[in-house]
Design a protein around this ligand. Structure first.
Ligand code: ADP
Ligand code: MG
Length: 322
């Protein structure tokens, strides 16, 4: 059986900062992601694709603001579902077209995916993940009163809504994802981290929260026994002293080095940090390697010619015997 790769496409790589983020813009970026995924399939992997949705949910929430009071505000679980549909459609088209151009076989399907979270997760006590548009403190406080939002200052840039980001406990559609993989279909799943749901007496119900897509990608990759976890983001790799004069791009990191740099604060908490943590979790669970790179460099990264490769430290308990 072919090895499995989980490819996590960044929401920012589809809608880069500084662009308007029109559907045509996203389609252009998705095309690159499609080509990258086709090259992973061409390299002999079965593939599950996950994706982020930060900028896309941000736009949805902005639209909801502008439409007040004419249209009702949707709950967050519904927003995540909408972006799974929209981005899933973009990626299905892009991957299929890239496969067609390479005369590679195989279908692609986008799966609405729910992820169970724990009501006792400490994230629900103090919501900390900023989402949506920026407000003045006064505007934010007004929404706190009228909509029951948690609000707070976001790194001195303005006031925003803050929501819980609980740990993913269980991917509801995991078996369906496996069936897809086993029949040669590329599955797009757990978009935006998955739709957060909780178990109750009457079954599953949606929750006002967002799940980190890097975390859920690692969990999915571990559950599927994947060999490779590939992050496609808006930078070509991982750097030390990122954005500073002494910036240095890394070809390769072992798990111990990655952990040390993480502790030293080399990888920002809201962006590169979660990817490195996810890569470490995946390697700990027996994964062979993780790669961080951009869609444009993915094919080269598969043969070690671009991107940053993260592997378990040799001799550590976590390295799986090849
Ligand atoms: P995605 O949508 O792919 O999750 P993020 O914005 O969350 O994208 O993460 C990618 C960003 O991480 C890069 O654009 C870069 O600004 C930031 N970053 C923070 N620390 C580093 C680092 N050490 N090396 C490279 N990029 C970093
Ligand atoms: Mg991110």
């Amino acid at each position: 059986m072919k090895p499995v790769a989980v490819v996590a496409v960044g929401g920012n790589s589809l809608a880069p900062r500084g662009e308007r983020g029109s559907f045509a813009d996203e389609r252009r970026h998705a095309r690159l992601a499609g080509e990258a995924i086709a090259s992973v399939l061409g390299a002999g992997y079965r593939v599950v694709v996950t994706h982020g949705n930060g900028p896309q949910v941000g736009n949805l929430l902005m639209r909801a603001e502008r439409a007040q009071p004419d249209l009702p505000v949707e709950p967050l679980d519904a927003c995540v579902a909408e972006t799974q549909g929209g981005i899933g459609y973009l990626l299905v088209q892009a991957i299929e077209n890239a496969l067609h151009a390479r005369r590679l076989p195989g279908g692609v399907v986008a799966m609405i995916t729910r992820v169970v979270v724990d009501p006792g997760d400490p994230a629900f006590v103090l919501p900390s993940k900023p989402i949506g548009p920026f407000f003045t403190e006064e505007e934010a406080r007004r929404r706190e009163r009228s909509l029951g939002w948690h609000v707070g200052d976001d790194a001195g840039r303005g006031w925003r809504r803050k929501v819980p980001s609980p740990w993913p406990v269980e991917i509801v559609e995991l078996d369906a994802i496996r069936v897809g993989l086993d029949t040669g279909v590329t599955v797009i799943a757990a978009g935006g981290g998955g739709i957060p749901v909780m178990r109750g007496e009457s079954g599953l119900s949606g929750v006002e929260a967002v799940i980190d897509k890097d975390r859920v990608s690692a969990q999915l990759a571990a559950a599927l026994g994947a060999e490779l976890l590939l992050f496609l983001t808006d930078v070509d790799g991982v750097a030390l002293h990122f954005g500073q004069p002494e910036e240095r791009w890394l070809d390769r990191l072992d798990s111990r080095e990655a952990k040390e740099y993480l502790e030293q604060g080399e990888f920002s908490p809201g962006s590169m940090g979660p990817k490195i943590e996810a890569a470490l979790d995946f390697l700990d669970a027996g994964g062979k390697s993780a790669i961080v790179t951009s869609a444009g460099k993915a094919a080269a990264a598969l043969t070690g010619k671009a991107g940053t490769l993260i592997v378990a430290r040799r001799g550590s308990k976590s390295s799986r015997v090849a």
